[in-house]
Design a binder for this molecule. Structure first.
Ligand SMILES: [Zn+2]
Length: 132
């Protein structure tokens, strides 16, 4: 099955830009304030750039001032998964697409009500689809 997995991975690699691949599959982070989606204020949905699942909604987006698109909750239950990330001295909680496992960003506990959470997401691995 290893062979199937690497073929699948190659398909993903070919479909993404090197920057997107680095973030989605190697847990990279885009530079702050570089994503055009940071200032996106239109109504719409944010899809996973790898598997096209709707992960986030403009309804839950807010301006955190962090330089990355920020949401206080996912669009639906179960569309994202979280995992402890010990790469830095201070442990963080990694946010992934539940369907394809791609890295999206991190979640912090300094967000606005009603959740108090700040999902800090790389705009490069999102595809914005504006509402018609
Ligand atoms: Zn995905």
């Amino acid at each position: 099955m290893t062979n199937d997995n690497s073929q699948e991975e190659n398909k993903i690699k070919n479909a993404l830009t090197p920057e997107q691949y680095k973030i989605a599959r190697e847990e990279g982070t885009e530079r702050a304030f570089t994503s055009p989606l940071n200032n996106e204020k239109r109504n719409g949905e944010y899809h996973c750039v790898v598997c096209d699942t709707v992960l986030w909604s403009s309804t839950h987006k807010y301006d955190s001032g962090s330089g990355w698109p920020s949401f206080y909750q996912p669009a639906f239950d179960d569309v994202i998964s979280t995992e402890q990330d010990f790469k830095l001295a201070m442990p963080r909680v990694e946010v992934k697409c539940a369907k394809c496992g791609s890295h999206m960003g991190h979640v912090f506990e300094d967000g606005p009500p009603p959740t108090g959470l700040r999902y800090c997401i790389n705009g490069s691995v999102l595809k914005f689809v504006p509402e018609e």
